[in-house]
Design a protein around this ligand. Sequence first.
Ligand code: FAD
Length: 473
Amino acid sequence: MTAAQNEQEPDYDLIVIGAGPVGENVADYAVKRGIRVAVVESELVGGECSYWACMPSKALLRSGHALRAAERLGGARQAIAGRLDASAVLARRDAFASDWKDDGQVEWLSSAGIDLIRGHARLTGPRTVDVGGRTYTARAVAVATGSVPVLPDIPGLRDVGPWGTREATSASSVPSRLLVVGGGVAGTELATAWASLGSAVTLVARDGLLEREEPFAGELVAQALAQIGVDVRIGASPTRVDRDQAGVVTTALDDGTTVVSEEILIATGRRPHTLDLGVETVGLTPGDWLRVDDTMLVSGTDWLYAVGDVNGRALLTHQGKYQARAAGEVIAARLTGTPVAAEPWGAHAATADHAAVPHVIFTDPEVARAGLTEAQARAQGIPVRVVEYELGWVAGAKLHADGYQGRAKLVVDEDRQVIVGATFVGQDVAELLHSATVAIVGEVPLPRLWHAVPSYPTIGEVWLRLLEEYGRP
Ligand SMILES: Cc1cc2nc3c(=O)[nH]c(=O)nc-3n(C[C@H](O)[C@H](O)[C@H](O)COP(=O)(O)OP(=O)(O)OC[C@H]3O[C@@H](n4cnc5c(N)ncnc54)[C@H](O)[C@@H]3O)c2cc1C
């Protein structure tokens, strides 16, 4: 392309870098508004979530959850004849990961009228993107390159071929012993999954489990992990890792003990996928999160957007796709000169990122939270009152499992009389979470919430119990 052509007509209105769930949605929402869109993908269309994160990890977890749910239920318990069939679970996981083939997703892109450019994209300056030596121009660029695991600097670690979350979600056999390093979401979920499949799992967590959640979440999950045989070691960190000739990994911990395993999974956090992306050509720093406003526009630019994991606002598929819906439409609106609704809670603003992010940790018990923890609310200066309730006292929960274990908590803004955070920990609480998200986003006043009557006998009746604990406003 010559410079003259470049000035006249860019190749696309919008180029999206990264065809993960977020990039796909940016492209979809933009193209539906009538602009010309291409996405660039260096690996598989569908991204981390489809092949190495959400889908395979939940498929690995689900069968164990179902088996334990049956074990907790008189009558069903007596019908259980054996253990999980690990090879059948792995085969089911393979199907959920589409056997790591993206044909279906590619077909969908094409049917949506979105061009796919295969290859590694790099920015080469404002509104220009290089893919494999060819330069493409666009009126706007959206970066949706996701995040990648951080590998801590532990002597010997790189040489032993540690598992990251990719290896832990795509492994084709069950290691007899597995060391999991990290007590966050990925560490606790994957420890649960592999222990359920028969691995002898040790989980090492320097700071405790699920530290960003309400304290009872980590406590209940630690108890449950121990019950399925996981050796949970809190307050310890690896100091050296070696693999011997027979393939056995020995990990020395700073408490003076060692752990011997076939594999070691590192689940200690993620960093933005912004290295080797050419961001330095537009004045940004490689390796940094791309900071954005609520329309996902990168600070200091009027053409560059960053959406999903890469902006660091919420490393969750559903929240990234929410940002993508806003970004795709606002990009099209700005390029076509149609009105922009970027005010808080407007169609083009991802306002919920600040106040009402929901997420589920698919451990057993599940941990489901929307909005803030008590600690986060207090740190924001919100005048807080909290109420808690044992889920095991709720009739619907008792029906779900004999000896149901779980807890729920609401964080209330006392001045505004609205809920700013809700946490549920227990079996099958994931499906309860959207009620909390709606209450938080809708800022439903507590006196009105009394009129939202939960059905009897469901786990949702905990809402009534929590309101009773709070007292009628
Ligand atoms: C083990 C695990 C389990 C998870 N489970 C859940 C869950 O249950 N629910 C949930 O909501 N979230 C979950 N997450 C988080 C979720 O996977 C991410 O939030 C989500 O994948 C982010 O989507 P994204 O499109 O921003 O990035 P990604 O899915 O990472 O996609 C980015 C895409 O960009 C491509 N790319 C990167 N750089 C370039 C480049 N320079 N040129 C071209 N292409 C490029 C990549 O190949 C990739 O396809 C999980 C994460 C992990 C690790």
